[in-house]
Design a protein. Structure first.
Length: 309
């Protein structure tokens, strides 16, 4: 089984336009374009990007693919010349509460550690466990214990867990995110900032960013309007999620990690919803092209002095 190089995008087009003197790395969550890997790959290749973020193939989470299916994924990615920017796990997500069997998360992490080694990526997305009847204090203690043990295991495996501002104890509160990092005290735990998660969970995601930006190692871009009762997702820049402001703040602070699109057009995992037709490759490409436009526009802004991320 051949290994794939890390999916770091070196955007020659952006650099040649004189927009930013650093590498801007763009990627996308493949199953947001289509269930099947061939179409996921086609979507990313049409954008001219060199990496894909993996969550599921044909509706099956990456950790649940059998070995033959995973070998086919590997072969297809090698043939396409694509790296992998991040793997999205189910660890601590909306479907696994703080009282769900922790063994399930440990097993998934071990399985993904082996697969990430072959895929050439170190990054694994996690969340921080929704509550299930515990007191606030017990919830906090359980989450810190679980995430600390996961981070230690990830560090031994050479992985970096990136905690997303989505479901769980540290989902919406920057102080809790920093507490999570402090308690784990490991280079194997960093943050994933999703620009658009606030509309579904009732908070302003941009307001978190100034507090956590130095610890952000991966970024998801979605945009839209609405509130906790209903969300309407749009092209980046057309909604209320302050996509440009968020990217401007990150880039000003020296962020050079991956910026990955998650359009939420044909699939919304947290709702258990997907469009039966499943194929939104054209829309995914349009979304990626809009992100490229935003990045170019931001590159024309003068860079204010800021500390390194």
């Amino acid at each position: 089984m051949s290994d794939i190089r890390q999916g770091d995008i070196r955007s020659d087009e952006i650099r040649s336009n004189g927009i930013r003197p650093v590498d801007i790395r763009l990627s996308g969550i493949g199953d947001e374009a289509a269930p099947g890997l061939d179409r996921q790959i086609e979507a990313v290749r049409r954008l001219g990007w060199d990496s894909i973020e993996l969550r599921s193939v044909d509706g099956v989470p990456l950790a649940e693919l059998d070995d033959k299916a995973f070998d086919r994924v590997m072969g297809a990615l090698v043939d396409a010349g694509l790296g992998v920017s991040c793997v999205d796990s189910r660890i601590g997500n909306w479907a696994r509460t703080v009282v769900s069997p922790f063994a399930d998360d440990l097993t998934e992490l071990d399985r993904l550690a082996d697969r990430c080694d072959h895929l050439g990526t170190r990054y694994v997305r996690i969340m921080s466990y929704p509550n299930a009847g515990l007191s606030d204090g017990d919830w906090e203690r359980a989450v810190l214990d679980r995430v600390g043990r996961l981070a230690a295991r990830a560090e031994d495996a050479g992985l970096v867990l990136v905690h997303e501002n989505c479901a769980g104890w540290a989902a919406t509160d920057p102080a809790r995110m920093l507490r999570l990092l402090d308690a784990a005290d490991s280079p194997a735990l960093r943050l994933l900032f999703d620009v658009g998660n606030g509309i579904a969970y009732g908070y302003e995601a941009y307001d978190l960013l100034a507090h956590i930006a130095p610890y952000v190692a991966h970024v998801h871009v979605k945009d839209g309007t609405g509130d906790t009762s209903a969300q309407f997702y749009s092209l980046p820049g057309d909604g209320d999620c302050r996509v440009a402001d968020s990217l401007r703040l990150l880039f000003a602070g020296g962020y050079t990690g991956v910026v990955s699109i998650e359009p939420h057009i044909n699939i919304r995992p947290h709702e258990g919803w997907s469009d039966p037709s499943g194929d939104y490759v054209d829309e995914f490409v349009t979304y990626g092209q809009r992100l490229e436009k935003l990045v170019r526009e931001l590159g024309q802004q003068p860079e204010p002095a800021a500390g390194p991320v």
